[in-house]
Design a protein. Structure first.
Length: 412
């Protein structure tokens, strides 16, 4: 094969060479994501800027130039707040209403961001294609699949009063199908791109590498919700397919985690803007615990001894994995606090504080439902409170950085 030069990233205002996730590149990117406005009035000179919106953009239409797959992490992080609420072992008055409202918000975000991303593809095709060649941005194609499926899971749980029972299940199936196909594609395509096209530097592994391989695990967990709504002759096939996707994500995660650990221990955390991606590690851990237990609940369609084996597997796999997730949460929190004391610039990577924690809530709740231990019930509730606080903070910062300032829409 002839040697190829590094891929080019073409944006609407500049062109740069994308090689790998180096410290200097990420530091520059972080600075660009949080520009300093010394006047307090931004740089925009359009009508919306005078109304206090999109102040840092020259034109309102510029907001479409920076919409990428990483924006779907906001849908993931919002949707999981509603879905996780429905799984909690302790339900309080108003929680269901809150969860439904969050799901409706996530649904609105899915429609709005998908429309905006479509405009981005039409107006900035070169930039959109460049995202796949960018060794950092390419990882977040997995967020698209997970965002779609998170809203789909909410449709199954909350959509009945709005869509009717049949419509809610139909929406769940449709979004699960779309997300599953996208997730399987990214789980194969992005690693292929990393092997063949991306130039990866030593010590450049980060939590984002997990993003393209986690969607099949989300498919496995959400697929378990759809087993009761699968035609009788296909229920066993559905369960087996979900276990297969469980394996795809699990073993890919096991291949990536040692590289992330090596990077953190040997090369350090890197630029502050990448520290939140440590939390992404919680995603496949918590989601795998969730999937193992939900599939165990549906494994009766396989008959014995497989039904009992699947149920036992959910516990004996889930508890050790949950333990590792909790210790990783402590480590990630400690590193994040240490970094924040120095400076932790806001970026879309802050959404890493939401969805991964949400999967820990659903995983802990699944274990609590099977083992009936107060420890697990209390932990699930505490994690959910942590999730809601993180989501509220990140949502406000995102709204300010996008709708008010507009700098989050700048091309990466």
């Amino acid at each position: 094969m002839a040697a190829q030069g590094p891929p080019r990233y073409r944006g609407p205002h500049r062109e740069r060479t994308v090689v790998a996730m180096t410290s200097s590149e990420l530091s520059t990117a972080a600075a660009r994501e949080c520009p300093v406005d010394t006047t307090g009035h931004g740089t925009g000179r359009h009508r919306l800027s005078r109304a206090g919106l999109l102040r840092d953009l020259d034109r309102p239409g510029d907001l479409f130039s920076g919409i990428g797959p990483n924006w779907y992490s906001s849908i993931m992080g919002t949707g999981i707040v509603g879905v996780a609420a429905a799984t909690l072992p302790v339900q309080v008055p108003g929680l269901h209403t809150f969860a439904v409202g969050i799901w409706l918000l996530a649904s609105f975000l899915l429609v709005t961001l998908t429309a905006a991303w479509a405009v981005h593809w039409v107006r900035h095709t070169g930039t959109a294609l460049g995202h796949a060649r960018n060794p950092v941005m390419a990882q977040f194609w997995g967020a698209v699949a997970m965002g779609v499926m998170t809203v789909g899971a909410g449709a199954v749980k909350f959509g009945g009063p709005f869509l009717g029972a049949t419509g809610a299940i139909g929406a769940g199936w449709t979004l699960w199908g779309i997300g599953t196909v996208l997730g399987l594609v990214t789980a194969a395509w992005i690693p292929y791109m990393m092997i063949v096209h991306h130039r990866i530097e030593q010590g450049s592994a980060f939590g984002g590498w997990l993003m393209p391989v986690v969607p099949p695990m989300v498919s496995a967990a959400n697929g378990a919700l759809l087993v009761p709504h699968t035609p009788a002759g296909w229920q066993a096939s559905m369960v087996v397919a979900c276990y297969a996707m469980f394996g795809i994500s699990l073993f890919a995660t096991l291949a990536i985690l040692p590289q992330v650990w090596n990077r953190l221990v040997v090369h350090g955390t890197g630029p502050a803007a990448t520290v939140p991606t440590m939390w992404i590690v919680l995603g496949p851990l918590g989601q795998s615990v969730t999937a193992a237990n939900l599939l165990g609940d549906q494994a009766g369609v396989l008959g014995e001894p497989y039904a009992t084996g699947a149920h036992v597997f959910g516990i004996f796999y889930g508890v050790p994995t949950w333990g590792f997730a909790m210790i990783w949460l402590v480590i990630a929190a400690a590193v994040t606090v240490r970094t924040a004391r120095q400076r932790l610039p806001f970026a879309l990577t802050w959404w890493s504080f939401t969805f991964p924690v949400g999967t820990c809530v659903t995983g802990t709740s699944a274990l609590a439902a099977h083992l009936h231990l107060p420890l697990l019930a209390v932990t699930a509730t505490a994690l959910y409170v942590m999730l809601v606080v993180a989501w509220a903070v990140v949502s406000v910062r995102t709204a300010h950085g996008s709708l008010v300032r507009g700098y989050l829409f700048a091309p990466a």
